[in-house]
Design a protein around this ligand. Sequence first.
Ligand code: PLP
Length: 518
Amino acid sequence: MSEERKGPDDSDTSLGDMPAEEFRKYGHQVVDWIADYLANPDRYPVLSRVSPGQITNALPKSPPVRGNDFKEVLADLDKVIVPGITHWNHPAFFAYFAVSGSGPGILGEMLAAAFNVNAMLWRTSPAATELEEVTLGWLRQMIGLPETFSGVVYDTASISSLCAIAAAREAMPGLRAREDGLGAHSDGTGRLRLYASEQAHSSIEKAAITLGIGQAGVRTIPTDAEFRMDPAALARAVKEDRDAGWLPFCVVATVGSTSTTSIDPVPAIADVCEREGIWLHVDAAYGGSAALLPEMKWILEGCDRADSLVMNPHKWLFVPVDLSALFCRRMDVLRQAFSLVPEYLRSGEADEVRNYMDYGPQLGRRMRALKLWFVIRYFGVEGLAARIREHIRLAREFADWVDASRDFERLAPTPMSTVCFRGRPFDLRGDAPVKSGKSGDLEAYLDRLNEKVLESVNAGGEVFLSHTKLRGKLTLRIAIGNIRTTGHHVERARKKLESALRQLDEEMRPAELSNRTL
Ligand code: PLP
């Protein structure tokens, strides 16, 4: 049974907020809790070990009628919630794309919650709007985009890309999708077509679904041996589609694709877009941060010719989730796609200022820029770059180990800090004889083996990696991007992988692939 809450002097606490003294007391406790957590996240298994429904069953079925003592609420945090947390802040979190809630970012998040402003209009908090403009201006300079781009903060890259694609649709002459909807064009006069590589993130197809373009309106462009979009195939696809009556309107290039961090050849793609009058959106959600490094600036080559570009400070810039930055060269078109001002939101200064509610489907907006401002000010551009550079160095070191290993092989280039690889015991290499001779059997076995290796390594709780499929092969990924990750954590992953592969190959290898006489 939960204890009911009373004021410090047994007074009625049924009205008003938590008293200031109580807030101070628990606030200090919570900050202490966070500081301990961040100092030592290693004490938890990275991947939560709860089973489905376990958290639900540990929580009461109905809400408390009277408020609970906050001491108890915090005790339940440790008892019930923490076991169900997968620790993205763990330095051995190597799955998907590793992210970081850094100290200054967390403090910014706390203050944003305290201010609790709704930054829909400039006047509903001038500081929120102007801080967003200024910090995004800093970020733009940091990654080397020209002043012709302005920025807007959304929650995620999925929404940034959706808004960019809505702007691309708005830019289509005579389409009037905003006014008439897309139904007016289902009479055979042409349907919108969007292009992205087979390695593009699923958020692009989801945006097409949401915006009425449909999955049929997305044409997938093949990639080369290094998983980069083939611009000649793009040019051919656009021509073919125009001849068949489609309306090509948007190309999405990726800088740092999700599976392999491949980098599409943006200059050649921009040539096609300029020639064809098509909006170019660049998804640099993950990769954009690497452009902070002078030696990595090349990855955004040609992006100054894009119409829009998304990058996520909440991925690889140590800003807590969520904060995605969309940079756009045609803010007027983005505004045209979304602005709709009812009387109750009209404000006198609209011509002089930016009202961010005009640049997306949502009205309410959090003061997200505060945490980005804190992070940039605390670490400085050089400090941020140094941390990203170290992640890239650690990934290269891991890739070198894979390349030198007898029993692992790399399945993609490593331009950033994510390595794609798999276990392939030395006697199952292409140049070693395999008794069965059927490569189908071998590939099926390697898929099964690597899946089990991944399961086994993750079950240990000391590291967490994820997988993808490349050219049909089950591929393991190690993504290095957490601010607390060191060589020691990467080494731990390497050792776990080696021993899991050795042991599972012994247990699982079918007789027809046994060739251990080498
Ligand atoms: N684009 C790329 C290249 C990504 O890797 C991801 C997520 O990993 C996204 C978009 C989606 O990001 P978000 O979760 O911010 O929507």
